[in-house]
Design a protein around this ligand. Structure first.
Ligand code: CTP
Length: 397
């Protein structure tokens, strides 16, 4: 899948830079062409010679190098590749990207490019956890930058936690999905996923058992067919796939806002297990046992995101797919739900505890559309996702 693809690889300065050499080797083994760009800090960890030898290509280092500008200007360099990969992406590089700085070759290329960008962050755990880095990460993700890792583990500096660059094979997987050429290439698809958390006070919330597994698998399968996926996720157990543009939210109301802020979509899949209510009298500070009796929570209904989008007058996605989690009369309830909400398809599943579906790895679904109810055999959530993505591709292309 990588054969013939051209990757511009920006190598930042960090101990993980040595893994960039292995990344180059493995990308080339898979038939990709790699043009390396080495930052000044990166050159403290790996030499231009080793990068050039492994990539069999010229290594670009300076913004103001007349020879390079004569051969290939920095604007052209930023656009000649199919994908830009930053590995390792240091805290400094991420900050420059988020701030739109262009004060060296790497940051200038990243600002000038019209191609997708995938980063593999690598830094000390405190630097990763710092609010500034987390702010920059959120900015980059909302700009559409794809993020692989970082992983949790022992760090070169002796600390433990998230900050280690993702393994080379994980980065390759992210690159492969980002470059996927498929029937959904050029289509934008919105996917909601995960539970929502509705606060009771700053430390307590109401949630549900959704792990986000099915929504995540669907987003990944759609991206695997070439779609540009906006993935709006509540606090799920598993991280969003690297190949999607992830928007993290907590509550149903934030999920609706994120859905409405997303670019117009060709299709939308609502796999989130959205809480039906939120607490109106949620405390600004922790509710205490002060002897005055039990607290009373007042509820208000959350907006129905699926129904809102299904009933949009302008800019409604061509195909709107909802889910119906039911415990009895699955097909009858789901058919009524499709009518009530106005979506095109409903993927119905039986979430009674004995099925082990909610929070499990398998799913047994019935696809309800104009054509009637089509029950699929029980299969893994990944298989359901691939089959659904395929059906969506057939419906909108
Ligand atoms: N949904 C939504 N916004 C809500 C509630 C649900 O977008 N506030 C979406 C879900 O993502 C799913 C579909 O609506 O695609 C059905 O969700 P489900 O929980 O089965 O249905 P409810 O509308 O909550 O109905 P009920 O609880 O009465 O079964």
């Amino acid at each position: 899948m990588l054969a013939g693809k051209h990757i511009l690889l920006i190598v930042g300065g960090g101990i993980a830079a040595f893994k960039a050499l292995d990344l180059v080797r493995r990308l080339r083994e898979r038939g990709a062409r790699v043009t390396p760009v080495l930052t000044k800090a990166g050159s403290e960890f790996v030499t231009p010679l080793s990068l050039s030898a492994l990539s069999a290509a010229k290594v670009y280092q300076d913004l103001f190098n007349l020879t390079d500008e004569a051969e290939m200007g920095h604007i052209e360099l930023s656009r000649a590749a199919d994908l830009i990969v930053v590995a390792p992406a240091t805290a400094d590089l991420m900050a420059k990207m988020a701030g739109g700085l262009a004060n060296d070759l790497a940051s200038t290329l990243l600002l000038a490019t019209d191609k997708r960008v995938l980063i593999a962050p690598s830094m000390n755990v405190r630097m990763w956890d710092h609010p500034a880095t987390q702010r920059n990460l959120a900015t980059l993700q909302s700009d559409g930058v794809l993020v692989v890792g970082p992983n949790e583990g022992d760090m070169a500096c002796g600390e433990y936690g998230p900050g280690r660059m993702a393994e080379v094979l994980e980065i390759i997987e992210g690159i492969t999905t980002a470059l996927a050429d498929g029937p959904l290439k050029g289509r934008h698809i919105l996917v909601t996923s995960g539970p929502t958390h509705e606060p009771i006070d700053p430390v307590r919330y109401i949630a549900n058992r959704s792990s986000g597994a099915q929504g995540t698998a669907i987003a990944e399968a759609l991206a695997g067919l070439g779609a540009d996926v906006t993935f709006v996720t509540g606090p799920a157990d598993i991280p969003p796939p690297a190949s999607v543009h992830a928007v993290r939210v907590q509550t149903a109301r934030q999920m609706l806002e994120a859905v409405q802020a997303a670019p117009a979509a060709d299709a939308a899949v609502f796999a989130a297990a959205v809480a039906d209510w939120h607490v109106v009298n949620a405390g600004d500070s922790k509710i205490k046992k002060d002897g005055s009796g039990l607290p009373t929570l007042e509820f208000a209904e959350n907006p129905d995101i699926l129904a809102t989008v299904s009933q949009m007058k302008d800019g409604r996605p061509r195909l709107v797919v909802g889910f119906a989690a039911e415990t009895d009369d699955v097909i009858a309830h789901a058919t009524a739900k499709r009518e009530r909400k106005g979506c095109d398809w409903i993927v119905a599943n039986d979430v009674s505890p004995e099925t082990g579906i909610m929070g499990g790895t398998e799913n047994a679904v019935t696809l309800i559309s104009d054509a009637g109810a089509d029950s699929w055999p029980r299969m893994t959530k990944d298989q359901v996702a691939r089959q659904l993505a395929q059906r969506i591709a057939e419906a909108i292309t």
